[in-house]
Design a protein around this ligand. Structure first.
Ligand code: ATP
Ligand code: MG
Ligand code: FE
Length: 345
């Protein structure tokens, strides 16, 4: 079956076409540049940009995949979480395509997409794995079974900021452009990661092992900047901050695998695109005998292929489609891949 996936939860308009675990083609537009001068995503601007970009992206993706709209067997669309006005544009479009084509609609959880996308590059997931989702809005350690069938167990989440949010805020402190994650990654290349020893939050022996906290780390960078007048050693500070995040994430993720007898770690979400996070997690997984799965950087950040990947898993699992009166759920908690509709999501 051919699944068309639509993602509009934030500032990326993503469309992907997946058939039986294979990514046939995808297309992505971003309104990132329009938000840059505001230092963050403006929901109304994002929603209007989705409205303009969605049909062209569907057409691009179909062209690249070499298929026709009439070939599509199912629609998968992000129903939450995300910016309400942005999610609604994609969801309305998904419903319209499903109705027009007479095919089932699957309203999916955005974070399930971040995890499922790995299947497109590395094949089916094992029966059980630990997933570390690190993105702009979330930082969670999860225990995954069958993504399309099983409930998802949260081992721990962030107590305050998400990892990506910390990257974005620290970038601002350092005078780096928005979005901050890629900018810090670039600046850190020429910096010394041991220049400043920033805190590794909640990594003490009596701290909750799987909970994260990044606001204190961000404050530590802010204090350091305040106390050191004069030109900022941006590269050193970027590298030192990035090292603190990578150290914290990798320690907790590897510990979670060990504690739960799991031999595969799935590292996903926008921050999984970070070169140092990838490298340190890989090193510690190798030392612990854990198989690391991490998507290519371009599939770590928001895209349409990841939503089509979830739809593909759901279709193959024989999941019941969502109802056409499914409402956007901007604050949807990740309990499973599928959001059904009123009363049972
Ligand atoms: P969520 O998925 O939680 O709803 P989102 O969709 O906004 O949030 P993603 O697209 O998954 O988040 O990721 C965007 C985040 O990833 C941003 O905070 C961005 O700064 C960060 N990011 C992207 N590339 C990198 C990188 N190379 N290094 C560090 N962070 C990065
Ligand atoms: Mg984005
Ligand atoms: Fe995301």
């Amino acid at each position: 079956p051919l699944v068309l996936g639509i993602e509009t939860s934030c500032d990326e308009t993503g469309v992907g076409l997946v058939r039986d675990g294979q990514l046939l083609g995808d297309a992505l537009a971003s309104s990132m540049d329009e938000h840059a001068r505001f230092g963050g995503v403006v929901p109304e601007i994002a929603a209007r940009a989705h409205l303009h970009a969605l049909r062209p992206m569907v057409e691009h993706a179909l062209d690249r995949a070499g298929v026709a709209l009439g070939d599509v067997d199912a629609i998968a669309v992000t129903a939450g979480p995300g910016l309400a006005t942005a999610v609604q544009i994609g969801l309305a479009a998904g419903k319209a395509y499903a109705l027009a084509l007479g095919v089932p609609l699957y309203g999916v959880h955005h974070l399930a997409g971040h995890a499922a996308v790995d299947v497109l590059e590395h094949g089916p997931l094992p029966q059980r794995c630990v997933a570390l989702i690190v993105s702009g809005g979330h930082t969670s350690l999860l225990l995954l079974g069958d993504l399309a069938r099983d409930p998802i167990a949260h081992l721990g989440d962030t107590a305050d900021d998400a990892a990506g949010e910390a990257f974005d805020k620290v970038a601002r402190l350092l005078g780096l452009p928005y979005p901050g994650g890629p900018a810090i990654d670039r600046a850190a290349r020429t910096g010394d990661p041991s220049a400043v020893r920033f805190p590794r939050p909640l990594t003490g022996p009596t701290d909750p092992p799987y909970r994260f906290s990044f606001s204190g780390l961000k404050t530590a960078v802010a204090r350091h900047v305040e106390r050191h007048p004069g030109p900022l050693p941006v590269a050193d500070l970027a590298a030192s901050f990035q090292e603190a995040v990578a150290d914290t994430l990798s320690r907790k993720a590897v510990a979670a695998c060990g504690d739960h007898g799991v031999t595969t770690l799935l590292l996903v979400g926008g921050v999984a695109a970070n070169s140092r996070v990838r490298a340190l997690v890989a090193k510690r997984c190798a030392a612990a005998g854990i198989t690391l799965r991490v998507p290519s950087p371009r599939l770590c950040t928001d895209n349409g292929a990841m939503i089509a990947a979830v739809g593909d898993l759901l279709v193959h699992a024989g999941a019941t489609p969502s109802r056409l009166d499914l409402a956007a759920d901007p604050a949807a908690v990740l309990r499973g891949a599928l959001l059904h509709g009123p009363g049972d999501s």
